[in-house]
Write a protein that binds this ligand. Structure first.
Ligand code: ADP
Ligand code: MG
Length: 552
């Protein structure tokens, strides 16, 4: 037997563990969900590999998770007969954090409050390490499916871990055993009542059956049946069950803002279970962030990487389970498959129409979703030309018409005589934008101006969009059409004032010289003396600033 080898955790892991060990959580239960979810993932990975290599299943084809509690030893074990890990895989998986964003996690984690901290764990995929919230020592023993060898990993979470070959008799025949030596104040996790209740509540709907037993030699009882929730009929599923599933399967900690569960029939058959989260993930605008919809084929997990939804729906979590895709298709081939293309189209359309329905029936709930994810949805306005009209209908705006969110229909209903465009102003700060002198002429005429403050706004708004035949036009872009729109009685614009203005303009032009391309009396000012505008053919000023920031 080789001697154990002691290694140091990657610096980031050490820091992370330090935070896990020392932060006081109100919600320590999450570790159990993380371990069960890893065990279920491992079973699903094996199911997938076994499609091509059925011999991996040997004489034990049924996936199972076994949880063992031992009150006398104050121990809790989560064991699966899934894919398992080799010693190298263990070093990689349990000694590093193979994800970008870990630094960002720790900054938020250290700064954030308790509640936020526990919400962050799942998002950042630091699940396994959460075991150290309740254990002062963790032993992992594992055997990769199809391998003779087994390996053992052990750590107290204080900076180092050991890794060694395991005696074959002590290792699982296949899969992974995670043994927690519970801290004194976590003794509850070695009691049947507590463990059973928590697992049923948090993980009752993982697609692998879960068994529970007291001590390793006792007969286990099944406490969760592993029936995939999404294959059951909607009417039999309670809201709590959906929420549990959302938390375990999608690794979320809040409750969904919207749940969509349906079965598509016809040319292609598939089940969809999708959730819109309540809270915004930290990395929503990370360019590397991909969608979070998992792909299953006839209940076999295939990949979390398939692009099932367009990028502007990357906040949606959940899964699609296809009846038609071949199980043995490679993950790379799937992306090219026409079946996937049909699924993408179907699910995207359905989600958008679901948003629309919600906007009609429960505006308040829809606006909550809009406030979290509107800035992402708007990316679709220039990325998904075919659905632009639908997306414009879903878009909500702040405007000079008041504090409420406005739709383009609202805007269109308030068009003034001779108004031929939809006017918008782009900026970074709503209050500042609302008080900009650029808007005075519009205000004076009662012409509504949309106030756009998201990064994406400069892109889509200047990309030639129109609504009901009216083009979008920036207020900063050249002389607008205000002279055609009548002022209410008794008000004057600068252009209507005397000839003295003309000679004053000549004077200003001379004084400023090449610094400006033109000086004009303006229809748009009623109170301020001057404002800067971009030439008609020029770039919108906000876009110009954005490109300048991006180094263009
Ligand atoms: P995540 O599950 O998001 O990848 P975790 O911290 O929960 O992150 O787990 C890290 C990695 O450790 C997993 O990706 C997996 O490779 C490995 N792992 C953890 N638990 C198991 C298990 N029971 N069986 C096989 N591999 C596991
Ligand atoms: Mg995990």
């Amino acid at each position: 037997d080789a001697a154990p080898e002691t290694r140091s955790f990657e610096a980031d892991v050490s820091k992370l563990l330090h935070l896990m060990v020392h932060s006081v959580y109100s919600d320590k239960d999450v570790f159990l969900r993380e371990l069960v979810s890893n065990a279920a993932d491992a079973c699903e990975k094996l199911r997938y590999e076994a499609v091509a290599k059925p011999e991996l299943l040997g004489d034990d084809p049924r996936a199972r998770i076994t949880v063992t509690f031992d009150p006398d030893q104050r121990q809790l074990t989560v064991e699966d007969n899934g894919i398992g890990m080799s010693a190298d895989e263990m070093t990689e998986a349990l000694g590093t954090i193979a994800r970008s964003g870990t630094k960002a996690f720790m900054d938020q984690f250290a700064a954030g409050k308790d509640r936020e901290g526990s919400q962050l764990i799942g998002q950042f995929g630091v699940g396994f390490y959460s075991a150290f919230m309740v254990a002062d020592k963790v032993d992992v023993t594992s055997r990769r499916a199809g391998s003779e060898e087994a390996a053992a990993w052990s750590s107290d979470g204080l900076g180092t871990y050991t890794i060694r070959e395991a005696e074959p008799e002590t290792a699982p025949a296949r899969g992974t055993r995670v043994l927690l030596h519970l801290k004194e104040d976590a003794a509850d996790y070695a009691q049947r009542f507590s463990v059973e209740r928590k697992i049923k509540a948090q993980s009752g709907h993982v697609p692998v059956p879960i068994f529970l037993r007291e001590k390793p030699d006792a007969e286990p009882d099944q406490i969760a049946d592993g029936a995939a929730l999404w294959t059951r009929s909607k009417s039999e599923i309670s809201e709590e069950e959906y929420t549990d599933f959302y938390r375990t399967n999608a690794g979320q900690f809040d409750a969904p803002a919207l749940t969509l569960h349906y079965r598509a029939e016809g040319t292609h058959e598939y089940n969809v279970l999708a959730f819109v989260p309540k809270t915004k993930p930290f990395d929503l605008f990370d360019p590397e962030r991909t969608g979070r919809m998992k792909l299953y084929v006839r209940r076999v997990f295939i990949t979390g990487e398939a692009q099932i939804l367009p990028r502007y729906l990357r906040f949606v979590r959940g899964l699609v389970d296809s009846q038609d895709l071949p199980l043995n298709v490679s993950r790379e081939m799937i992306q090219e498959s026409p079946v996937l293309a049909a699924i993408q189209k179907g699910v995207t359309n359905r989600l958008l129409s679901e948003f629309d329905k919600l906007a009609q029936t429960d505006e308040e709930r829809y606006l909550k979703i809009w406030e979290s994810f509107g800035a992402v949805l708007k990316e679709g306005l220039y990325e998904d030309y075919a659905r632009r009209e639908t997306l414009l209908g879903l878009t909500r705006f702040k405007s000079t018409a008041g504090n409420d969110w406005r739709t383009l229909k609202d805007y269109a209903a308030g068009l003034k005589e001779n108004q031929t465009a939809i006017y918008y102003a782009v900026g970074t700060d709503l209050d500042r934008l609302a008080s900009s002198p650029q808007l005075e002429g519009f205000r004076a005429r009662g012409v509504e101006v949309l106030l756009l403050t998201d990064q994406v706004d400069s892109f889509w708004a200047s990309s030639g969009v129109d609504f009901e035949g009216k083009p979008f036009k920036s207020v900063t872009q050249g002389l607008s059409d205000l002279s055609l729109i009548p002022l209410p009685d008794g008000e004057q614009t600068a252009a209507e004032t005397s000839r003295e203005v003309a000679s004053f303009i000549d004077f200003v032009k001379e004084a400023l010289g090449d610094a400006v391309s033109d000086v004009r009396a303006s229809e748009r000012l009623t109170e301020s003396a001057v404002c800067l505008v971009a030439p008609d053919a020029g770039m919108d000023r906000q876009l110009e600033r954005l490109l300048a920031n991006a180094g263009q």
